[in-house]
Design a protein around this ligand. Structure first.
Ligand SMILES: O=S(=O)(c1cccs1)N(Cc1ccc(F)cc1)Cc1ncn[nH]1
Ligand SMILES: [Mn+2]
Ligand SMILES: [Mn+2]
Length: 373
């Protein structure tokens, strides 16, 4: 198309908006003192230049994320169903990446990276509506929108919190600032425990008053940021958001999702409600599942998602029916991991902000940074 700007809803392929094939660079932040030599090191800059395909794929995905989330933030209103909110985001991501995800294996080239989380109030993460869900967004809700875009398995994982009542503003500000602290502290050779301590200090320096009650804001101690590898939303490293003596270091070339969660509740989450999020396990058995329906379903999962997380709605849209028994078998037999919603206590409010950062050899790039958050 000859479009020079994005439509509403977003449908203009990004490669048409950036004919040069060069996508917007994220926020570049120089490394802190002990690593400042990296900025000018010719060897480090050469390694960085050699990674241009990786960088362009990442920046493409990040621009898709920004365009979709900015449209979503402007168009999501109380009274809409969680299903239409999630599907609106997913349809836009598929359109801008050029992958409608209906023919077998289409999502493998690019598209939705994991299920769109639309997490209300005390639900902190991993809630996406399953078929038949009638929940409507209300003006009292604090909704965390967490969605992912991938290009050739390069995953951009970023999230923001929406609310419609200014009484939640301090909660949202505390978490936005805590995530920015985590982004500032992150760097090559930095210890995870030090990042967690700094995040918690920022988070817990805030308080909020909701419906006449004042709350200290707690960092949710059993939620973490994580490293991201190609096709793998979690490579094995976790970034704590509270004080910890985890001496694990961040390393050159790694990609991290820096995400923090604040809560007016216990500051601790448990599994609850019906599961929507699943993903094939890295260590899935090599042998075929016993049940024929489980075998067939595993084939559909391999072809359409690989190791990318998916949700029940994605199986529905691929025309799969009566798959629940097979899916539960795959979970029980260790082929598929289930990720139930993570919830703090009923009546509490939680907020989240998340960015994906690239620890390039010569500079830290907050690739998903926008002028929204
Ligand atoms: O909680 S996690 O499982 C995790 C945190 C630390 C180590 S593993 N998780 C990874 C994930 C799991 C399933 C998904 F469908 C999508 C992502 C973090 C996350 N959820 C949403 N955005 N980021
Ligand atoms: Mn996320
Ligand atoms: Mn994440």
């Amino acid at each position: 198309s000859l479009a020079t700007k994005q439509s509403s809803p977003p449908r203009v392929l990004l490669s048409n908006l950036y004919p040069s094939g060069e996508y917007p660079v994220g926020q570049e932040v120089e490394y802190r003192d002990e690593n400042i030599y990296r900025t000018t090191s010719e060897e480090k800059r050469a390694i960085d230049r050699a990674n241009n395909d990786f960088l362009q794929e990442y920046r493409y995905g990040a621009e898709v994320h920004r365009q979709v989330r900015q449209w979503a933030a402007q168009n999501i209103k109380p009274g809409q169903s969680l299903t239409e909110i999630a599907e609106g985001i997913e349809d836009a991501v598929r359109a801008l990446t050029g992958h409608q995800g209906l023919e077998d294996g289409d999502n493998i080239k690019g598209g939705v990276a994991f299920p769109t989380g639309v997490n209300l109030d005390h639900i902190a993460a991993h809630y996406s509506p399953n078929a038949g869900n009638k929940t409507l967004l209300a003006k009292e809700n604090v909704m965390k929108v967490d969605f992912g875009v991938h290009v050739n398995g390069r995953i951009v994982d970023s999230a923001f919190t929406m609310s419609f009542d200014p009484m939640y503003d301090n909660l949202l500000t505390a978490v936005k600032e805590a995530t920015n602290t985590g982004i500032k502290e992150a760097g090559i050779d930095v210890r995870m425990g030090d990042i967690g301590a700094a995040i918690q200090e920022t988070m817990e320096s805030y308080e909020c008053e909701i419906n006449g009650t004042s709350y200290p804001i707690k960092a949710i101690r059993n939620l973490n940021g994580h490293d991201i590898q190609q096709w793998k939303i979690h490579g094995g490293k976790s970034v704590p958001i509270v004080k910890s003596n985890d001496q694990t270091k961040m390393e050159e070339g790694e990609v991290f999702a820096i995400e923090t969660f604040g809560s007016t509740g216990n500051g601790y989450v448990r599994d609850d409600y019906e599961t929507s999020h699943y993903a094939k396990r890295q260590d899935a058995p090599k042998s075929r599942p016993a049940l024929a329906s489980a075998q067939k379903l595993l084939g559909v999962i391999n072809k359409n998602f690989g190791t990318l997380p998916f949700c029940r709605r994605y199986l529905d849209r691929l025309g799969q029916e009566k798959y629940l028994l097979g899916l539960n078998q795959l979970v029980q037999q260790g082929y598929v991991e289930d990720y139930p919603p993570l919830v703090d206590k009923k009546g509490s409010y939680t907020a989240q902000f998340e960015h994906t950062i690239l620890l390039r050899p010569n500079v830290k790039e907050v690739v998903s940074r926008g002028d929204d958050y």
